[in-house]
Design a protein. Sequence first.
Length: 399
Amino acid sequence: MIPRPLYIEKIRPFIDHPVIKVISGIRRSGKSMLLLMLRDELLSRGVDISQIIYINFESFANASISTADALYQKVINMKSDKKTYILLDEIQDVSQWEKAVNSFMVDFDCDIYITGSNSRLLSSELATLIAGRYVSINVETLSFGEYLDFAHPKCDLQESFKKFLRLGGFPGIHVINYDTDSAYKLISDIYASVILRDTIQRNNVRNIDLLNRLVRYVFENVGNYLSASNISKYFKSQHSSVNIETIYNYLSYLESSFIIRRVNRYDIRGKEILKANEKYFLSDHALPYALNGYHDSNISGVLENIVYLELVRRGYQVFVGKFGTREVDFVAERRSEKIYLQVAYLLSDDSVVKREFSPLLEIDDNFPKYVVTMDSFWHDNINGVRHANIADFLLNPQW
């Protein structure tokens, strides 16, 4: 079990505090292992194993615990006479689980940690029972830095990044040194599980063929501006009429299961969020390989996806930027900090250099500005706009 200190450090300040720790993220992103790491953290603090209740609802052994009443009785029968630490893994399939969790908080001395694979875990009316008494922590798949900790064997930095680019960040892929075909088979199984359990079954999706075609379209257009309207026009061009409301709904289902992430546009000059032509990124850049295998045709979009996820891990609120008629790939804000980024494959000639640097050069403020690419030997900065090799950028949280 390889440590993931980024997330333990996020949870640590809330241990033994009267708030429910809600840990969410796409399936197989490492939430279950994080709970086990948390259990080790508690044991290292002197908590006795008898004080810890761990229930994994993906285990068939716990299939009978499907209601709030059953969960409450199970925990009551297991609780310690001392403070009880309750770790509930993949709780979303327990009907009205909020009632049980709320009762634990009221009825005895406990510290509660739950995980789930749906972003709507706390969006139901029942969630008002625990409103104001929880903290939410999202677990991403492996960052490039974490991947280097998992990788077997380690190569030089640029070769390691190329492998990360092709295999993605699902932890299970990297615990064992799988070959590419085996890794893609595992990713395909993860994708199928998320689509079936967290998208189709949870939302009672009837038109599964449409959902799959929508997923393929979004996967093929990572890094491009999308809207329900232009997606509908695309399907019409393929002789398939689709209701715009249905597209909105299906995109929402895919977001809630963490397959895709919607990123709003931000008018840098007007300092306002725009409501049209968002971009959609993926919770792991290898998900499209589950359908089509790896290919280089949209490498710029994949690189944008990797940078987007890194910014999210660093705690930024991320937008895609508009500055007059210019587009900026990312505007990232964190408290009083702000950075601007352009992401490209290679600065192959002067026209590409001008295209990537010029939008940032027009922004007249003193916040850091970067052009991030796969170039290893291009080191020039232009009037304060810095170039960064993507592997170096991903490993340097100060940038």
